[in-house]
Design a protein around this ligand. Sequence first.
Ligand code: ARG
Length: 457
Amino acid sequence: MAKFMWTGRFKKSVDPTVNDFNSSLPFDCRMYSEDISGSIAHCHMLHKQGLLSDADAKSIEEGLKEILRDIESKTLRFDSESEDIHMFIEEELTRKIGDAGKRLHTARSRNDQVALDQRLYIIHQSALIRQMIMNLHSTLISRAKENLCTYMPGYTHLQRAQPITLAHHLTAYIGMLERDIGRIDDAVRRMSVSPLGSCSLAGTTYPLDREYVAMELDLSGVTRNSMDGVSDRDFAIEFVSALSLVMMHLSRFSEDLILWASQEFGFIELDDAYSTGSSIMPQKKNPDVAELTRGKSGRVFGDLIALLVVMKGLPMTYNKDLQEIQEALFDAIDTLKSVLPPFTGMLRTMKVHTDRMLEAARGGFSNATDLADYLVRKGIPFRDAHEVSGKLVRYCIENSVALEDLKLEKFQSFSDRIDSDIYEALTIENCVQNRKIIGGPSPEAVEHELQQAEKFR
Ligand code: ARG
């Protein structure tokens, strides 16, 4: 039976089922280095404020650094009955250095400790996730640059609508990723404050220097209210919400790729290294990476809902329910970290069938708007031009012919404003090239967008 640090007022030891139920060590152990950094900063501050002797402060710091090394070299394992990572490290410290270890917890509670650890953990993990998103961002920039003139249909309602380029399509996702990164940075900026000194909920009578602790931990300041300091988990919710949007974007992108990789579209072929086969159908090549990404988005949205639901009924201030925040938070982080590298590799290596894309852009009357625009340039009001273009499309469907393949006389039987320059106006290339508007699909417009994306940091 573990000896807990709060046994003073208890007559009985805790039931083993309760101990297992209560313990967060199996999952909060991943915050060991954040917990140790927080403890070292707290120790320095207690020493500076004259609350710890030189000798105690020195042995606490050395003991904590040794524990960090032991954990990293796996000589120290988390196989104890400690209630959580905070207790585990403190117990280990006391085992190593004796009574000085017991002085570290002066003017501190696990309530402010866990709130700090989670903030630090998210800050560290966000840097890794941010880098992974930036890798995807630069992969998309280079794939877009290769495909400035790869014509394909753009869709609305999943019906061929107007011609675009693959570069234009990929660049749409670049913008989404930039917003995602903006949201992560924003959440991190807001969470970079230290709750230490809030203690259990009502601060302390000791003259702590909270700002000093924050500075040592590279945080920009301290939380303002001790009650909010220990019970706030907005930062976790904001972060998982930002991650949910990343997953939503990757899931939409996955859906595009899954469609494009189908034989019906045939727009792309995923590299063998990023596809899998079927155990029964020898011809199959499945887009599993994209499908799993789409599937895992639901998991991260679930994590977000779990966090919101844990929080919604909690009275001030700390309640043990808050421990439940951690697994959902960690799951969201782990999921993003598992999704992004293969997703990026899949895009980096996918083969583009430019001929199939062009063929699809040519079929389906995706130049019908350009025909209407042509008539407008010849002086016909847009609504009437739309009508003429629509009638021509109907004629073509009934006669199985493309707009650009009609004879000039046929065009002229629908409108006498149509001249031989109509053929120029209807080529897919021109339909795209003429859309030079900011944000449009013309190679110049997309190149301009990509130049801006390249400056994004
Ligand atoms: N493992 C706990 C958590 O994650 C640490 C805080 C415990 N505080 C307490 N008053 N029991 O929330």
